[in-house]
Design a protein around this ligand. Structure first.
Ligand SMILES: O=C(c1ccc2nc(C3CCCCC3)oc2c1)N1CC(N2CCN(c3ncccn3)CC2)C1
Length: 304
């Protein structure tokens, strides 16, 4: 409880968190949450992990589709993103994203103990999803990964550039690197304009220290992939200029999971779920179908 008379904690946009759905993470930071609850009894829980520099608002359309299928969808803005507290798009340890995700997932599981849990993650949110599922390998009915960050692009992250990033991280960690233009992230101009106009997105350059955390997450995933046994669906565009599709191919080919699927979108850009309408529609169809097919039959259904 806040100290008596203390000023209310407010979001970066100045809104008191007492007026916003939120959780407080282990570091005392307020994380803005969104919930899409079906009218009747939910069939499953779905946690959406957004990517770097964005927030969970743009996943509303996806969440509404899942809610229509009686799935209870929930998400939060990661530390330093959107309406949550924290230094903008910066983190001292990537594990914080995973810890906070597990905190939110555990909260929702405590409210719905008998429901299967799924995770959907995009880009860096895909890395968060993978490492979260790796921490609780038996807890998730499935993981859907949309253009996940799994591997660095060998053209952009050359050994020399990685060496320089590590050197700069020791010298000037807050130095910002160049950022990819949003027009290379989606072929739908309206989506690009909406992304660029969204003030809840981070539009600055990526700090070297943040890039190092992403690289550390990539190295962690490389070590984890040979032991991944949970079900997953990978959706990736082969024209992705940010998160190399080779990472998704490597995960699909090298994980021992017996329930894995990869769907490649020819010409697809990074933000597949916000790419051309026919691609975005297909992504929604693929993930909603895959999730509903992976909801275990309930004992009452089995009895029929
Ligand atoms: O999670 C990410 C993201 C951002 C920058 C990244 N840089 C790396 C490299 C850096 C060097 C070390 C290895 C990793 O990985 C990144 C992931 N993103 C980009 C965000 N998406 C959100 C949706 N987008 C969108 N939406 C609508 C219209 C246009 N774009 C595209 C950008 C999420």
């Amino acid at each position: 409880m806040p100290e008596p008379g203390a000023a209310p904690r407010r979001s970066p946009q100045g809104v008191p968190y007492s007026d916003l759905p939120h959780i407080v993470n282990a570091d005392g930071l307020h994380l803005f949450c969104r919930y899409w609850e079906p009218a009747g009894q939910p069939r499953a829980l779905v946690f959406i992990a957004h990517g770097a520099g964005e927030h969970c608002g743009p996943y509303d359309e996806m969440a509404q589709k899942l809610k229509e299928l009686s799935l209870l969808v929930f998400a939060h803005d990661h530390v330093g993103h959107g309406q949550s507290e924290g230094d903008r798009m910066n983190i001292k340890d990537f594990q914080i994203y995973i810890r906070d995700s597990l905190q939110h997932i555990d909260l929702m599981k405590s409210r719905h103990p008998d429901l299967p849990v799924f995770i959907v993650g995009h880009s860096m949110g895909g890395a968060i999803s993978i490492l979260t599922a790796c921490e609780r390998p038996g807890d998730f009915a499935g993981v859907v990964l949309i253009a996940p960050l799994v591997q660095m692009n060998p053209e952009s992250a050359t050994p020399f550039k990685v060496f320089m990033a590590k050197l700069l991280n020791h010298m000037v960690p807050s130095l910002t690197m160049g950022s990819i233009e949003s027009k290379w992230l989606s072929r739908d101009k309206r989506q690009v304009e909406a992304y660029d106009a969204d003030e809840l997105n981070y539009h600055g350059g990526m700090r070297v220290s943040f890039g190092m955390q992403l690289m550390a997450a990539v190295e962690r995933m490389e070590r984890e992939i040979p032991s991944i046994s949970w079900p997953f669906l990978l959706l990736h565009g082969d024209a992705d200029k940010l998160c190399d599709i080779r990472g998704s191919r490597m995960m699909h080919d090298n994980s021992p999971s017996t329930d894995k699927k990869i769907k490649i979108y020819e010409g697809g850009y990074h933000a597949l779920h916000h790419d051309l309408p026919e691609v975005a529609e297909s992504v929604l169809k693929e993930l909603t179908t895959w999730i509903t097919e992976h909801i275990p039959a309930t004992t009452s259904q089995e009895a029929q």
